[in-house]
Design a protein around this ligand. Sequence first.
Ligand SMILES: Cc1cc2nc3c(=O)[nH]c(=O)nc-3n(C[C@H](O)[C@H](O)[C@H](O)COP(=O)(O)O)c2cc1C
Length: 456
Amino acid sequence: MRQRAAAADLEGSLAQWNPTLAAMPVGRKAAGFALRARLEWPIMDGSNNAQLKILLGVTGGVAAYKAPELVRRLTESGAAVRVVMTAAAQRFVGATTFQAVSGEPVRSDLWDDQAEAAMGHIELARWADVILVAPATANFMASLAAGLANDLLTTVCLASQAPVLVAPAMNQAMWSHPATQANRRVLEGRGVRLIGPAEGDQACGEIGPGRMVEPDDIVAELLRAPPRLVSQLLKGLTVTITAGPTREPIDPVRYITNRSSGRMGYALANAAREAGAKVILVSGPTALATPAGVRRIDVETAQEMFTAVHRHIGSTDIFIGCAAVADYRPEAPAGEKLKRSESSMSLSLVRSADTLVSVAELDDGPFTVGFAAETEHLERHARQKLQAKKLDMIAANEVGRGKGFDAQNNALLVLWPEGRAELARAPKPLLAQRLIDLIAQRYDAWATDDNAEHSA
Ligand SMILES: Cc1cc2nc3c(=O)[nH]c(=O)nc-3n(C[C@H](O)[C@H](O)[C@H](O)COP(=O)(O)O)c2cc1C
């Protein structure tokens, strides 16, 4: 039995957010429209009560003097802003300035008796739709990457589910240092969005990357790509995702595999979980940690993946086949280790089970999304695969020469029977969020059509 999100659920969460949209006619199309509007909401349109709540963290860099201007720009655009300063930030700018421009009390001390009597740091963490840290020092980035919670700002970051954006600002050597770059990668890998830094003259007299992006440009970036709010787009749905490579044994110690790292599938599992889905991740061998809240089932071969997927497909609403499943497997794996005796040998390969096709062919099957990795003619080959395998959607990417497999970043061309979308190159966690949003939209239209067919 499919568990589709009840329209009532969607209406309930909408009512809190926007009564006007919540009052729209009930039905998946209406609810789908409203939720899409939520994601694409011009977040700083102050003309309604769906005001974006931004917690601005200010840390101890020279660029802190620009942060009051940033608060002004954000509040002028209609956002509600509360400021949390680190102790070092107060060496550069006074809290009174921020209080004046934000119209809100400024907090900097985790040990503020009055605020903490009501667990103020948790209240702040829950209040924020978005956490923006600008300027972000090298020290702050390191603390966030390490998961420290030794002052108010880092504690709130750890206690909040809101998306975190950071605008780094530091000396160019600090920015280029391998430690800072490693922290940057850790943060991006967790879905933290970096805005900048920009290049140019620095306060210390040096020239290079490390300048904080100007307040106007930070606001422009927020408007260009609104941060993903914690969403319930997939609430009530079960999403089954395959990820990673498979291993097809040649003998007990050797196997055929491919370059898939599993990163994209794991990022999708995380993004689907963040969107409220129950997630089952059927994974080939990878070195990745299981995303929080995701049920992981480990498999090795294409056949094991097939069996594990079909065990859960009856309760699956959306199936995403992201694993790089071996097309062929050795026909007769040797029972003992093959000896190096002959000058040449040949392996007979046979086609392995195609899990994706088998799911797409099911009569009352889930919304089915496949992946295509192509080295040439991306759109043509992907559209052929979409049609030949009767998929509801396909996400295609170019592979080879450092692209696709085993890379940190990727770009996707997404096709469905009536349309297409291009998702620009981005770290895989961000790309996964965008793809999950798109899947949620298409699923919505598909489920509406499906219901209409069944009631006709
Ligand atoms: C005058 C001065 C300017 C500084 N500017 C920066 C800066 O632009 N970026 C940075 O990462 N650190 C800078 N620092 C170092 C930080 O203030 C220091 O690492 C501090 O511990 C940061 O604390 P916080 O991250 O809790 O705010 C500067 C220090 C001084 C004394």
